[in-house]
Design a protein around this ligand. Structure first.
Ligand SMILES: [Zn+2]
Length: 308
């Protein structure tokens, strides 16, 4: 007759052992880049989910009903900000009915606030111009130094929400910065021979990346951020590329390659489809691997166009 009682006790103690001292913080991010950095800092003290996938255009994410559910259960929402998500996130936050996550509340972290932001417009801004970057360039995570700034902001937020684990978050943030710095030395060394190489990009996704790694973005397939290619702009771009001998067109995976391919045919340039986010291709599984992959692809592309 002892056995059933032992089983019950064993089951009960098993449950006790499995239950953490307190539940992990439930973190939702808008992009996989932020999820990766949050995971680096939060370790096993947080659960992280990204709403968008890295192969989607982060300006135009199709909202799913599951997003509302995830936001409803979240303790912390981390957003890229600078209006990157303005087309899809605000209604989800409203529908989620979670007071913690409203902009300005303690559970809402705008990761752009402490980042280095480029392309901040001066003068009158009007949405009629079709510009999707009215608050400066929101693709700022593509500079590893901004990755560190994002990690620091996340560490501070997690420590404020969960002070018992503040030392744990601080240690993990330090370790992430150390690994990112070491990796960046390698990326810089790979890019060093190609400093100043001129490239064209489809969307204005890469100014922070170009700044950090010494590329010169001389033109865009889009006439303005968020505006599809137009024949007159394409003709001007082809002429400028021919004049300056530009041989690389970087295209984010979610854009139609038709116009870039026709520009490439006219100019002899090479189209390089390059993921700007974690998850953009399967092997880019985290934030450090994003730069591993993109730097290698760019270096290979530059080499291949120089051999010709
Ligand atoms: Zn953009």
């Amino acid at each position: 007759m002892k056995t059933p009682m032992l089983v019950v006790l064993a089951a009960a103690s098993g449950l006790m052992a499995a239950a953490p001292a307190h539940a992990a913080l439930n973190v939702v991010t808008t992009t996989e880049d932020l999820a990766s950095i949050a995971r680096e800092v939060g370790g096993d003290k947080i659960k992280v989910e990204s709403l968008s996938r890295g192969y989607q255009d982060p300006h135009f994410v199709e909202a799913k009903p599951s997003f509302v559910f995830k936001l409803n259960k979240a303790d912390l929402l981390i957003a890229v900000g600078r209006e990157l998500e303005i087309g899809w996130l605000p209604p989800l936050i409203t529908q989620a009915r979670n007071a913690k996550l409203q902009p300005g509340a303690a559970g809402y972290l705008d990761a752009s606030l402490t980042a280095k932001i480029l392309d901040i417009p001066t003068g009158q801004i009007t949405r009629a111009m079709g510009d999707v970057h009215p608050q400066g360039n929101p693709h700022y995570w593509l500079d590893p130094d901004n990755g560190k700034r994002i990690a620091t902001a996340i560490e501070k937020k997690l420590a404020a929400m969960d002070s018992a684990n503040a030392a744990y978050y601080a240690q993990r943030e330090d370790d992430f910065e150390r690994r990112l710095t070491a990796a960046d030395k390698g990326w810089q060394a790979q890019m060093a021979p190609y400093k100043g190489t001129q490239v064209v990009t489809y969307h204005r996704s890469w100014p922070n990346f170009a700044d950090h790694f010494g590329l010169d973005v001389m033109g865009y397939v889009e006439p303005r951020p968020g505006i599809p290619p137009s024949p007159s702009h394409t003709i001007d771009l082809i002429k400028a590329m021919k004049d300056q001998g530009v041989k690389i067109i970087l295209v984010e995976p979610y854009f139609d390659a038709k116009t870039p391919n026709s520009i490439a045919r006219e100019t002899g340039a090479r189209v390089l489809v390059l993921p700007p986010s974690v998850g953009g291709v399967p092997e880019v599984a985290d934030y450090i691997k994003l730069f591993d992959y993109d730097v290698r692809q760019i270096v290979d592309a530059i080499k291949s166009t120089r051999v010709k």
